[in-house]
Ligand binder design. Structure first.
Ligand SMILES: Nc1ncnc2c1ncn2[C@@H]1O[C@H](COP(=O)(O)OP(=O)(O)O)[C@@H](O)[C@H]1O
Ligand SMILES: [Mg+2]
Length: 379
């Protein structure tokens, strides 16, 4: 039998819950070509949401094309430009012959090097002479707008892990170039999202940066308990099993409403359930999940400094004023400067999330492991 939960893949259809408001809002933005920026830590559901919205928007609006670009492994402008050209062409062509034709006809200054995969389903791959693009990136940056105008379509370009552009060489100059082109586009909109909150905020909310006020900013939240409970109920029922109200709430609580872990813990609980899933089963599944991840957690913990660990211990213990002399003394934190340094490093390394000055763990299972296994504070 197929298992009713998925994690680590795009959540679609029955695996997708909640987000009604965000979905409506984004579909509206896509069809009206309004630029949007989405920020949330990884595994909270950005890709799943954008995927759903793209499909709905294209169904609603027959002339709309959506293209998806992921910058997770893109570290320089060159790679960015060739990916952009490639994806825009693929999203606006129905056959590879058309893609090749487009690649040729929409460039006059640049000479694209086109190669086609052996498998007909493969995308056409496009490359440029890097020196030429650097001298003249306009044709790549305006490609979508030019294709849209010529073909009478609208295009939304979705770019994941967008904060990576802040690490290219001369990022401000590069961003200025992008913005100066993109803001003139009439037939193209951009949906830019990423999982490094601090870097995304720096790109989009710092008034001295080129992308300041580029579009509507959305912070995607975790999934609230009522939606999760309803979701678990339905998915258990779909497979002829059931789950008690207490057990559903416990899953939501143990994973701190984290979408990915909610599905993972629900899955492990479901696998252990014959008929009815109870709190005992969920607790067992949770212990097994913590155990399964502990090796990874040990590795992460080894990278932390003593001062960072001392700070984390105070945070986990629920200390409210960690900067006070008393708390610093009890947790052997050397100074308030040390706290600031620890916070910055832990946020940078994706261990903590800084939401308007409020620090929380990105990974609820790691937080639990640190508390109970590592620091040995009450299970
Ligand atoms: N709307 C949703 N409903 C249910 N589960 C979700 C939803 N969004 C995300 N998830 C869960 O979280 C996981 C990560 O989602 P993903 O969209 O890849 O997040 P991100 O792009 O932010 O890293 C999915 O595999 C799924 O298990
Ligand atoms: Mg994603």
């Amino acid at each position: 039998m197929e298992t009713p939960f998925i994690f680590g893949k795009i959540a679609t259809e029955k695996n997708f819950t909640d987000r009604e408001m965000e979905t409506d809002y984004l579909v509206q933005n896509f069809t009206s070509l309004i630029n949007t920026i989405i920020i949330s830590p990884r595994r909270w559901g950005k890709s799943s949401l954008v995927n759903k919205v793209s499909k709905m928007a294209m169904e609603q609006e027959k002339h709309l094309r959506v293209c998806h670009i992921d910058l997770f492994n893109v570290r320089n402008e060159e790679h960015f430009y060739s990916l952009l050209a490639q994806k825009v062409i693929a999203a606006t062509s129905t056959r590879w012959e058309e893609a090749v034709e487009n690649a040729k006809s929409f460039f006059s200054q640049l000479v694209p090097k086109i190669s086609i995969g052996t498998d007909p389903m493969n995308e056409v791959s496009i490359d440029f002479d890097w020196e030429a693009v650097k001298r003249n990136p306009d044709e790549v940056l305006d490609l979508a707008e030019n294709i849209a105008k010529k073909k009478g379509v609208k295009i939304v370009i979705c770019i994941d892990e967008f904060q990576n552009i802040a690490e290219f060489t001369d990022p401000d100059y590069f961003q200025k170039k992008l913005r100066s082109h993109w803001q003139l586009h009439q037939h193209v909109a951009y949906c830019l999202y990423g999982s490094k909150r601090h870097m995304m905020l720096e790109v989009f909310t710092n008034s001295s940066k080129p992308f300041y006020k580029f579009g509507n900013l959305i912070f995607l939240n975790k999934i609230d308990t009522p939606h999760l409970v309803e979701f678990f109920n339905t998915r258990f029922a779909d497979t002829g099993k059931s789950i008690t109200k207490e057990a559903s709430h416990l899953i939501a609580k143990l994973v701190d409403n984290h979408p990915y872990y909610a599905q993972q813990l629900a899955q492990q609980s479901w696998l252990r359930t014959k008929d009815i899933c109870t709190v005992e089963i969920v607790s067992e599944a949770h212990a097994a999940l913590v155990e399964q991840l502990s090796l990874l957690f040990v590795t992460i913990t080894e990278t932390l400094t003593n001062q960072q660990l001392n700070y984390l211990k105070a945070l986990i213990a629920g200390e409210k004023s960690i900067g006070s002399t008393d708390v610093m003394h009890r947790y052997q934190i050397s100074s308030t400067t040390s706290i600031a340094r620890s916070k910055a490093a832990l946020v940078k390394n994706d261990i903590l999330d800084n939401k308007a000055g409020e620090y929380s763990f990105q990974d609820p299972i790691y937080a639990y492991w640190l508390k109970t296994e590592y620091f040995g504070i009450g299970k």
